[in-house]
Write a protein that binds this ligand. Structure first.
Ligand SMILES: O=c1ccn([C@@H]2O[C@H](COP(=O)(O)O)[C@@H](O)[C@H]2O)c(=O)[nH]1
Length: 272
């Protein structure tokens, strides 16, 4: 089943637009968990505690690679596929390079890690994304209007009367989405810009990081981002869920926090 189809089923089955980000920080793991095994155990327990409440999981590759824990990431994704088969995995890698190298990055994401979707930087243009787009069943999620304070440095530059991020959204929706497998990253911290993107991409899924630790506003995201069917969003939160408790009850606390976020989001839904 394709990423977009799996995502759509998860939205409805779990009644959830929540995406849990898996960003293990070595200094924040609960007592007794450390090293590659600790990272795996921590993330696995978070996954098992929240799988019934989410539409996707989003492991961030740097958090594993920096700790030489790529093996834990491989095991974690395998665990999600085995135990929670209806929940798609988005590998947050933000790759972007010339085609001959991008081909290897596509093997990394879809072969080595068996991710259902990957985040990519569109800055090098379509030929840098083609090796990913060729996997019609996989999701290709392109940076458009990122959540960070410096996101506007380039993304808001005037580009023929429109900001660059709108040109990015238009080009991807019109020219890159032949297989219907594209999605965009639009930060929760810029809800009005998110609404401008929604207006040009129709029902294309949007990955929306920035709720929780970055202070994004759920009501504003829902107002500007949901589709007429009340979905279309993967609203992502990492630290606020992962570190809801630093004690042995971390998984229960993650469950509670993810469920609160799910219910809050759903309270602003027009339809589901
Ligand atoms: O624009 C972007 C793109 C990606 N991210 C990633 O999402 C999470 C956010 O973590 P929080 O703890 O919920 O703030 C992290 O992995 C980022 O690399 C983003 O924040 N903004």
């Amino acid at each position: 089943m394709s990423f977009i189809h799996t995502l759509s089923k998860a939205w409805h089955r779990n009644q959830s637009l929540v995406c849990v980000g898996l960003d293990p920080e070595p200094g924040r793991l609960p007592a007794g968990l450390s090293g590659e095994e600790g990272i795996f155990t921590f993330c696995r327990d978070i996954v098992d505690a929240t799988a019934g409440l989410v539409c996707a999981f989003k492991p961030q590759i740097a958090h594993f690679a920096a700790q030489r824990a790529e093996g834990a990431l491989e095991r974690l994704i395998r665990h999600i596929h085995d135990r929670h088969p209806g929940i798609p995995v988005i590998l947050d890698a933000k790759r972007g390079d010339i085609g001959s190298t991008a081909k290897h990055y596509s093997v990394e994401a879809f072969g080595r890690y068996d991710a259902d979707a990957v985040t990519l930087n569109p800055y090098l243009g379509k030929d840098s994304i083609d090796p990913f787009l060729a996997h019609a069943d996989k999701g290709v999620i392109l940076l458009c209007r990122t959540s960070n304070p410096g996101g506007a440095d380039f993304q808001a530059l005037d580009c023929g009367g429109e900001p660059l991020y709108i040109r990015v959204a238009q080009t991807i929706a019109r020219d890159w989405n032949g297989h219907g497998n594209c999605a965009l990253v639009t930060g929760a911290t810029w809800p009005e810009e998110l609404g401008r993107v929604r207006a040009v991409v129709g029902n294309m899924p949007l990955l929306v990081p920035g709720i929780g630790a970055q202070g994004g506003d759920v009501a504003a995201v829902m107002k500007h981002g949901q589709t007429p069917g009340g979905t279309g969003l993967m609203i992502s939160s990492s630290r606020a869920i992962l570190y809801a408790s630093s004690g042995p009850d971390f998984a229960d606390a993650a469950h509670r926090t993810a469920d609160e976020m799910r219910k809050l989001i759903n309270s602003f839904q027009t339809v589901l």
